[in-house]
Design a protein around this ligand. Structure first.
Ligand SMILES: Cc1ncc(COP(=O)(O)O)c(C=O)c1O
Ligand SMILES: [Zn+2]
Length: 425
């Protein structure tokens, strides 16, 4: 057997474990684990790393970057839905002007097969579950994690999936996804934080493989978002990368991936990293404002950004470490700011979800308050597709909002249509 390149290491006491352990998600001391891989053992120069990625341009993104993600995963265990290679949209001139950001791009992770970035973690997590030979996978979810987990598990005949959802707090489209993929779907009368607590108890007691982002294998998969972005930009580093934050797994993953690229000399400069929360669910923002003080879990209030309505982010420590390393900041935004920023981007033909709207509104605000300078380049990570949250779109446009585009209703009559179009004046 080949010597393993990766191990799980405690964030705190540095105790090491094998990723082959099926039920190990935390250290004995209670702290989270992270994957540490020996990339030096590949013995590649920065140029050779880049050549390696270029030579795999036609492979799925996970395979292209696999040496930096899960080098020990046997290729025949990969469960893929052809995720990744998501578009990087350059904002048009008018959108750029509205945000006050000249060099403004959006990496749209909502263009993944289950319409969110969660597919990046699930190709890693479900493939690893397949490699371990487990029968059941489970997660708690604000909607997108369960959609992705259920779809990937459905590709793998030996895997059954269980999802725990906060009842009434996810969109209809999101709920339809795990159900249609065949997952055992359980609604709970609690919020996400309550569901998260219960799924940990469940997977501790029974031989069920946990696929929330506290499973650090998933974080390794999500690193591909940042790596692929910089590869797409031909390794030219933007000044800022802006990410919406809920459980704080994604900002940690994007940070870890880019930090490792930098450590290997593949990139020479680091971007700045900004995390953005809804002001209704803002524990990281509060910590940042208090000099990165300890996490004070709070009850998340209702926000239009339902996928990030999280008051006790599991990956808090990892996120703070990355944000500090990247000279990063946190920002918070209101529901109105979220929906207005989303509407501006939607209106350019790029449909983004309200959670992506959080990062977009954050970019606008950080530019307005001068944290982002006029000539700095910005990439916002859009995390899910707008059509996963169609109710919020209909409500916004039917209401009296800044950028409402109200649908009209007229009799089935040519004259009425002409009147509605102002053609008879
Ligand atoms: C669409 C969307 N955006 C952002 C997030 C936040 O990601 P994280 O929980 O990793 O911070 C989530 C999930 O929680 C999500 O579903
Ligand atoms: Zn420990």
């Amino acid at each position: 057997m080949k010597e393993a390149k990766s191990k799980l290491v405690c964030l705190d006491c540095k105790k090491e474990y094998s990723p082959e352990e099926k039920t190990r998600f935390r250290c004995d001391c209670g702290e989270l684990l992270e994957v540490i891989s020996d990339f030096e053992s590949f013995n590649r120069s920065p140029e050779n790393w880049k050549k390696e990625f270029d030579s795999k341009k036609d492979e799925i993104a996970f395979l292209r970057y696999k040496d930096l993600l899960l080098p020990d995963l046997p290729e025949d265990k990969i469960v893929t839905l052809f995720e990744g290679d998501t578009p990087l949209f350059k904002a048009n001139h008018s959108l750029s002007e509205k945000f006050g950001i000249k060099d403004f791009s959006i990496k749209h992770e909502g263009m993944n097969p289950t319409l969110s970035f969660k597919d990046r973690g699930m190709v890693a997590g479900v493939s690893w579950a397949n490699h371990l030979g487990v029968d059941f996978v489970a997660c708690a979810s604000t909607g997108d994690t369960s959609a992705a987990m259920a779809a990937f598990a459905a590709q793998c005949p030996s895997l059954n999936s269980i999802v725990l959802l906060p009842e009434g707090k996810i969109s209809f489209e999101q709920l339809s996804q795990p159900i249609s993929s065949g997952a055992i779907t359980i609604g709970l009368q609690t919020d996400f934080d309550g569901a998260m607590k219960l799924v940990q108890e469940l997977t501790k007691k029974h031989p069920i493989y946990l696929l929330n982002s506290m499973n650090s294998i998933r974080i390794e998969g999500q690193k591909a978002i940042g790596i692929e972005l910089l590869h797409q930009m031909n390794w030219k580093i933007p000044d800022w990368i802006i990410v919406p934050v809920g459980n704080a797994g994604n900002v940690s993953a994007i940070g870890k991936g880019i930090r490792e690229l930098h450590d290997l000399g593949i990139i020479e400069k680091l971007p700045k990293l900004a995390g953005v929360e809804s002001e209704k669910a803002n524990p990281l923002y509060i910590s940042y404002k208090n000099d990165w003080a300890e996490l004070k879990p709070k009850k998340a209030e209702n926000t239009i950004a339902s996928a990030i309505q999280i008051g006790n982010p599991v990956s808090f420590k990892k996120a703070v470490r990355e944000l500090k390393h990247f000279n990063g900041v946190m920002e918070q935004v209101s529901d109105k700011e979220i929906m207005d920023a989303k509407a501006l981007v939607d209106a350019t033909g790029i449909p983004v979800c309200p959670n992506s709207g959080v990062a977009l509104a954050g970019a606008k605000k950080l530019r307005e308050n001068g944290k982002i300078k006029e000539d700095e380049s910005v990439v916002v990570i859009a995390t899910a597709h707008g059509n996963k949250f169609s109710q919020s779109i209909i409500d916004y446009h039917k209401g009296e909002n800044t950028y409402s585009n109200k649908p009209k209703s007229v009799k089935a009559d040519l004259l009425e249509i002409e009147n509605a179009l102002g053609l008879n004046q």
